[in-house]
Design a protein around this ligand. Structure first.
Ligand code: ZN
Length: 488
């Protein structure tokens, strides 16, 4: 028997077998069970998440010859089921809209739809990548969708639902296919390897599952690639040779350089990633995801269930998370997101990315602005007699001994808030600082970006204890501060 690629050989064949889209499978089986079958379905979601497989299963369920009516458990053996599974049934027509975009294709479809199915209950049209249809073609399709013959069902699939006209969407039942979770993919891969009697290290399976980024098809083709190199035992060494290092490993290296203030190292890691075929955008995505994980570990603690990480990778991540504090991670995400947005429209994406790496590695300098603000704040207190609230204690003891860590960063957490208090408590700038100096600090782009970052809801504002608020503050707090607007 000739070799069939895994993605085809292990395509899910029944509603029970659909991986990672259980809610959709349940909704569809309930609809079939209760006879409420819609005439048009729109399946949306990224590639490889099961849209076409589900469309074929639905078509089999509608037309299975072993049953007198649509069934939730198609037999997968009758002529109809077999032909549909291969995409070759006379009554289940699969159209790739990417290569049949024109109005003529849809006109042909409409005239064919008028005829009754050859042997099945329904004539089913599965239109893949439906967003590729031309406007005229959509209009022609709309006419059929508005008044479809009794025996016709449409199942449309798209990766870009926003390109499908609302008039089409509103005449269909929409199903949004989610990216499949890495654990679900890993479980499925392990089952397949078991069936194929192939030994594989667990770490390889996990790595493939993570690299697949939510797409089962990508996971299976990666596995195919590994198996064509080594078909009996998949070890970590084999995986190392064949597939690129997982993005979290790469992001982890970059962040290690950043924590060590090693800009050159961060630039080398970026270069390696781009050499390995990643785009700057993908690199940003992965790095943002990694920084998010570190931020959540830092802010929510080691045992948070908001991040999905393998047990063996956890100690290293927890250690890395302790290198910076929450606000600095927020700043990093802001910086990377800005980079990701800018490279899309830039002819100098590489330069922007390099600059961002250097900026990240210099995060400790950014924190020194915080120290400056702190000292300004103290000047303000000395001149106005206001007493600030006690400083918030670091919650994570482990943080204290790390390089540009909490000790350097902490003042910066307090700074904008303290500045706000100081600004509100004094009508004029403190004597030790000229109003020009105040304005300069407030106008500094780094200070402004920092303010934007900490203005979110992630951080609590330190309360001013009632005893600490004196009359002059209460009197002045409603008036706009001179020069420095804390909300600017
Ligand atoms: Zn059947």
């Amino acid at each position: 028997m000739s070799y069939r690629v895994l993605a085809r050989a292990y395509r899910s064949a029944t509603f029970d077998e659909i991986v990672g889209q259980e809610a959709i499978a349940t909704t569809l089986t309930n609809a079939i069970g209760s006879g409420r079958i819609h005439h048009g379905y729109l399946f949306t979601g990224t590639r490889g998440v099961g849209k076409t497989s589900t469309a074929r299963i639905l078509a089999k369920a509608l037309n299975c010859l072993e049953s007198d009516a649509p069934t939730t458990t198609p037999c997968c053996k009758c002529d109809s089921c077999v032909a549909v599974a291969e995409g070759e049934d006379v009554d289940v027509v699969e159209i790739d809209a990417a290569s049949n975009t024109g109005v003529d294709n849809i006109r042909e479809l409409r005239s064919n739809a008028a005829f009754r199915p050859a042997r099945s209950r329904f004539k089913v049209y599965i239109i893949d990548e439906v967003h590729m249809l031309s406007t005229q073609a959509f209009n022609a399709l709309l006419k059929t969708l508005e008044e479809p013959p009794e025996h016709v069902k449409f199942i449309m699939a798209t990766t870009e639902p926003h390109k499908v006209p609302a008039t089409i969407q509103s005449r269909c039942q929409n199903f949004d296919f989610k990216a499949i979770g890495a654990p679900a993919i890993a479980e499925h891969l392990a089952r397949i390897l078991d069936t194929e009697k192939i030994q594989a290290d667990e770490v390889v399976v996990r790595r493939v599952a993570r690299l697949a980024n939510g797409s089962m098809r990508d996971a299976l083709s990666l596995l195919d690639k590994l198996l064509s190199y080594e078909s009996e035992k998949l070890t970590a060494a084999v995986a190392e040779m064949i597939i690129p290092p997982p993005h979290d490993e790469l992001a982890s290296k970059v962040m290690a350089c950043v924590a060590g203030r090693d800009a050159a190292g961060a630039l080398r890691e970026l270069d390696a990633a781009l050499q390995g075929g990643r785009t700057v955008e993908r690199f940003c995505d992965h790095l943002i995801e990694h920084v998010r994980t570190l931020m959540l570990l830092c802010v929510c603690g080691d045992d948070t269930d908001l991040v999905d990480i393998a047990e063996q990778a956890k100690p290293q991540l927890v250690e890395q998370a302790s290198k910076f504090d929450g606000p600095t991670y927020v700043y990093m995400i802001t910086l990377l997101e800005e980079l990701r947005r800018n490279v899309k429209f830039s002819g100098t994406a590489r330069a922007l990315a390099d600059a961002a790496m250097v900026r990240l590695a210099m995060s400790h300098q950014f924190t020194e602005i915080g120290t400056l603000l702190e000292s300004l704040d103290q000047g303000a207190q000395a001149s106005s007699g206001t007493v600030a609230a006690p400083k918030k204690k670091a919650t994570r003891a482990a943080v204290a001994d790390s390089p540009p860590a909490r000790s350097a960063v902490e003042p910066e957490v307090a700074a904008p808030v303290a500045t706000a208090n100081a600004a509100a408590s004094t009508v004029a700038p403190p004597k030790s600082v000229s109003s020009e100096q105040w304005n300069r600090v407030a106008r500094d782009p780094v200070v402004q970006r920092f303010k934007e970052a900490v203005d979110g809801t992630l951080f609590d504002v330190r309360p001013i204890e009632p005893a600490a608020v004196d009359e002059s503050k209460e009197h002045a707090s409603d008036e706009p501060a001179d020069g420095v607007d804390p909300d600017a």
